[in-house]
Design a protein around this ligand. Sequence first.
Ligand SMILES: C[S@@+](CC[C@H](N)C(=O)[O-])C[C@H]1O[C@@H](n2cnc3c(N)ncnc32)[C@H](O)[C@@H]1O
Length: 242
Amino acid sequence: MGFFNDYLPTTGDKLLTKWAHYFEVYERELTRFRSRPVRFLEIGIFRGGSIPMWKEFFHDESTLVFIDIDPACVTHAIEGTHVRIGDQSDPEFLRSVIEEFGPFDIVLDDGSHINRHQITSFEAIWPAIDDRGVYVVEDCHTSYWPGFGGGYRNEASFMEFAKRMIDRLHSWYTDQDELFEFDPIAKDLLGVRIYDSIVVFEKRLNKEAPISLQIQNGEVQGSRAPLTMRNRTSMFRGRDGG
Ligand SMILES: C[S@@+](CC[C@H](N)C(=O)[O-])C[C@H]1O[C@@H](n2cnc3c(N)ncnc32)[C@H](O)[C@@H]1O
């Protein structure tokens, strides 16, 4: 685990709180952002330990922004970082952060972990994620904790929201408009990756409708015919007895 293995023994007196299995996910998901200046936002500061870690992880000329509801967190800002105080469930506050520092390449939600807040923050900030950027939500095990507004298969939980996002990503393909309409987010969402307690949404702006390729003898032919079944009988209908 390259960077983090080396970094953790060098930490100073600011407390860092992360689950051990998150570092492998950070390596996989964030290493590709290290070679250039990025705009990074973390929700949730607590004792400030993640601020020096991300400062060392990302490129020197990056814009690193940290927000927390607790005014005491202003003391955790270090040179070259920005701390703003506000509530992640307040879209007006989030808009002000986006106006000041956005758009972002990476957003990491390590704030209240209240399911409703995670969804509100995602909805407010997702439009301000840059092309090829990622929105990362951690501690999603609170989706299974009623005390945080979750609970097994609770429709209001963040994990159920993430599962619905998997449907929305595939809404190009539906021929059941009355049940499942095309959702424009499919044009801007490359994928949703689910890890233990972490969900990553990756942006890919202005995706074209998917093309099915026929490839033979070095010739590549594309077709969107499979998508034209929308609103009429599917070419696949009948395979499930329907
Ligand atoms: C898990 S700690 C953050 C840990 C820190 N990111 C780290 O890696 O060490 C969660 C923080 O979220 C903050 N928080 C709680 N509710 C919040 C809200 N509604 N808006 C913004 N921050 C909130 C808390 O004050 C607390 O400092």
